[in-house]
Design a protein around this ligand. Structure first.
Ligand SMILES: CC(C)(COP(=O)(O)OP(=O)(O)OC[C@H]1O[C@@H](n2cnc3c(N)ncnc32)[C@H](O)[C@@H]1OP(=O)(O)O)[C@@H](O)C(=O)NCCC(=O)NCCS
Length: 192
């Protein structure tokens, strides 16, 4: 897919694959090699974040869902998340764990609450991945009710500021988060 204009400075490559099953690890390594022009080594942080230790300064994120897989390679810490719009979701039950009170109100008054929920969910997952702590950033405490990421929004987390963007993929709800200058990872490496 085309890289959203607001992410063009940071994102090196972004690709969506239509696939029913997750791909084997070799697929992402081959994709990274095609983008970078060299073999890449991926390791995982203790919390599961993929880290491109062979190429400091480059960062990788991926998301699998029913029907698609997205890979993204960027020059800053990055997180991507997608969900199928057809994913059945009991949003009222999940909301108590992952939405703030203001978000719950906004979702319940939305014309399509399931979609509104998935939009917030993918945004929070993308931010959690870019931060590296995943769910552990505390989804309920992260209130996005006043944020508009249809083009791009700046979201402040504990580690610093992240740009959040909506990914427009037909049939899917998606979000991309990119660390802004100065955000550090667990090892003290920072986005320049
Ligand atoms: C990342 C997370 C939000 C999962 O997302 P999901 O919607 O279930 O699945 P997705 O397909 O969208 O994303 C999965 C990918 O996210 C990446 N990922 C996993 N943990 C991550 C983290 N902490 N930070 C960044 N990316 C992470 C991985 O690449 C993973 O795919 P892979 O296992 O094939 O490499 C969730 O697993 C999480 O918060 N994990 C980290 C913290 C945690 O509580 N871990 C518990 C296990 S000990």
């Amino acid at each position: 897919m085309e890289i959203p204009a607001a992410a063009a400075d940071s994102v090196v490559a972004l690709e969506v694959f239509r696939a029913a099953q997750p791909f084997p690890i070799q697929h992402r390594l081959a994709w990274l090699k095609a983008q970078i022009g060299q073999d890449a080594t991926l390791v995982r942080s203790a919390l599961g974040q993929p880290l491109l230790r062979s190429h400091p300064g480059l960062h990788f994120s991926l998301s699998h869902c029913n029907g698609a897989i997205v890979y993204v390679l960027a020059r800053s810490f990055v997180g991507v998340d997608i969900e199928s719009v057809e994913r059945p979701v009991n949003w009222r039950r999940l909301a108590t764990r992952v939405l703030s009170a203001a978000e719950t109100l906004a979702v319940s008054s939305s014309v399509r609450p399931e979609l509104a929920f998935l939009r917030l969910w993918t945004a929070k997952e993308a931010l959690g991945k870019a931060d590296g702590r995943g769910f552990q950033i505390g989804f309920r405490g992260l209130d996005l009710s006043a944020a508009d990421w249809s083009c791009a929004a700046k979201i402040a987390l504990e580690k610093g500021v992240f740009a959040l963007l909506e990914l427009k993929i037909p049939g899917f709800v998606g979000a991309l988060a990119l660390a802004q200058q100065g955000v550090k990872d667990a090892d003290g490496f920072a986005t320049l």
